[in-house]
Design a protein around this ligand. Sequence first.
Ligand SMILES: Cc1cc2nc3c(=O)[nH]c(=O)nc-3n(C[C@H](O)[C@H](O)[C@H](O)COP(=O)(O)O)c2cc1C
Length: 391
Amino acid sequence: MANEWFESVAVAKARAKKRLPRSVFGAIVAGAEAGVSAADNLSAFDELGLRPVAAGQSAGCEMSTTIMGQPSSMPVMISPTGVQAVHPDGEVAVGRATAARGVPMGLSSFGSKPLEEVIEANAQTFFQIYWAGDRDSMSARMERAKAAGAAGLILTLDWSFSHGRDWGSPSIPEKIDLKTMIEHAPDVITRPKWLMSWAKNRSLPDLGVPNFPTGGDPVPGFFEAYGAWMGTPPPTWQDIAGLAAEWDGQFMVKGIGRGDEARRAIDAGATAISVSNHGGNNVDSSPAPIRVLPEVVEAVAGQCQVLMDGGIRRGSDVVKALAFGADAVLIGRAYLWGLAVNGQGGVENVLDVLRGGIDATMRGLGKSSIAELSMADVVVPPGFCPPAPPV
Ligand SMILES: Cc1cc2nc3c(=O)[nH]c(=O)nc-3n(C[C@H](O)[C@H](O)[C@H](O)COP(=O)(O)O)c2cc1C
């Protein structure tokens, strides 16, 4: 059997590109409109330098931490992603991988596996919801997550419903039936390994969204659930405070990009926020999260945990984010490439790549613990961080 191990996230991405049908690969690459933010999420990390020392490095690095009340073996957790058909084991494989590596995960309400199965694989699972459907259906989703033992709730707010992409959006069927199989055959037939993985599992991707329905309703298709979300008026901060109070536990607001809104999230009851632009899928030209992280960290002043996500592909990216004041980071596409390539083993591989990269970078910087990191370890070019918006 071929050796599926990979040495970097870039190698995993290249293999995923070969393995996945073009439409599935394209849905993961995504990025809004011209892809300015998606590109900036990556290039911003390249603009930041590091300041290594030549002697006196430490032999090992203490990187365990606590994320939203959950112990984590490193300052990295899995970001929720609602993406279908990547691997037959889907988020259950991600749950097993994260449990094996001792890190928490976020599970999307648009994910492909029921949250009860995922929580069974990893009890350190935070359930993610959007402001979607009527308020009673949101309460029902939260109740189900509570009953299943979710460790916390993530409310994601940064999505712009902008549907045009300059490179064209992948064609994703509403459901897999004979007609769509024939239509997509040319795309799929050239991906034998991907096909085999489903054949071995005696299944086909059904593109259902099992964490969305409430009250015994049938599992909707992806686009039906998306339509319900798109048709829901967005929440006010008062609405968000009501949801946080109802959840009454660890509560992350994901998608913050400004210091003033970070303060409002705290006032609304957030115990954590993630500085994010949805992996470049919010309003295009929104800055890379790493650029606005210092503004948010300053505004929060230690009153809740600050995480960030967007563009993390290597351990040194994690170290730069921590030096900028993040408590931890979330990863999205990086683990999806690993999942595509090798299921549970691929996600473990990605986590190992990041752990190794954090360790090597910390060693180079002469640090023995992530607690020692500060802005002084990073070379920040002039103009890297945009000025805070006037309030
Ligand atoms: C294919 C895809 C699907 C996503 N689905 C969700 C989702 O359902 N819920 C959510 O909160 N964020 C979602 N995100 C955003 C991720 O959680 C995360 O913010 C983003 O991927 C981080 O950027 P990165 O991919 O560069 O790591 C999605 C991102 C991608 C690429």
